[in-house]
Write a protein that binds this ligand. Structure first.
Ligand code: GRF
Length: 190
């Protein structure tokens, strides 16, 4: 599968996908990475891996739709079939979803439908649940919603801070991200 990845942050999920491809676990190619934050660490990771990275700074666009249109053009020009939101911290619009219908996946650090939106890890701690986790799902227009592909559960420990918990969730994120991408060819005809 031909992937276009969108990321805003450190890029550990992006790196997990790239390693899955290098290891031969995934039969896929990352055609291009789009990132929106000039300081995002994901940029250096892409450079090291020899993957093309394009900065689209959301501050340069008047509307969400215009940003998404620019993303769509880059992905279409690079032959992208599947879009992976790997820590994309912007709300997306129909412009992206219409260009890639049922072909956009997202990773979220909670067991959806619990704890949607930002600060999902803090939300789980505050709610005092004993188990949280992470989810990869197909994206629809609402934030952190759409058919779930894979989830992984992570226990919350008594002395967890947002940082320690997020770290353990991320170990699971990297595993389910790779497994979800391996599933994509089986979803092609749905
Ligand atoms: C992940 O926790 C993901 O679930 C959330 O943003 C974070 C991105 O982490 N949506 P990274 O940039 O892949 O390290």
């Amino acid at each position: 599968v031909s992937l276009g990845v969108m990321a805003s942050g450190s890029g550990s999920n992006f790196e997990a996908i790239a390693h899955g491809i290098i290891n031969g676990e995934l039969n896929a190619k990352i055609q291009v990475l789009v990132y929106n934050n000039p300081d995002a660490k994901v940029k250096e990771k892409a450079e090291k891996l020899g993957i093309k990275a394009v900065l689209l700074n959301h501050r340069d666009f008047k509307t969400r739709e215009e940003l998404d249109q620019a993303i769509v053009e880059i992905f279409q020009n690079h032959g992208v079939q599947w879009v992976v939101m790997a820590g994309w911290m912007r709300i997306i619009t129909n412009v992206l979803l219409n260009a890639f219908p049922r072909k956009v996946i997202n990773i979220h650090p909670s067991l959806l439908p619990s704890f949607k939106g930002i600060n999902a890890v803090e939300q789980a701690l505050k709610a005092k649940v004993k188990i949280t986790g992470c989810t990869v799902h197909l994206v629809d227009l609402a934030v952190d919603s759409g058919p779930i592909l894979i989830q992984s559960a992570v226990p919350i420990l008594d002395d967890d801070t947002p940082e320690t918990l997020h770290k353990r969730i991320q170990v699971q994120e990297h595993l389910i991200m790779v497994r979800a991408i391996a599933l994509l060819p089986h979803l092609e005809n749905q």
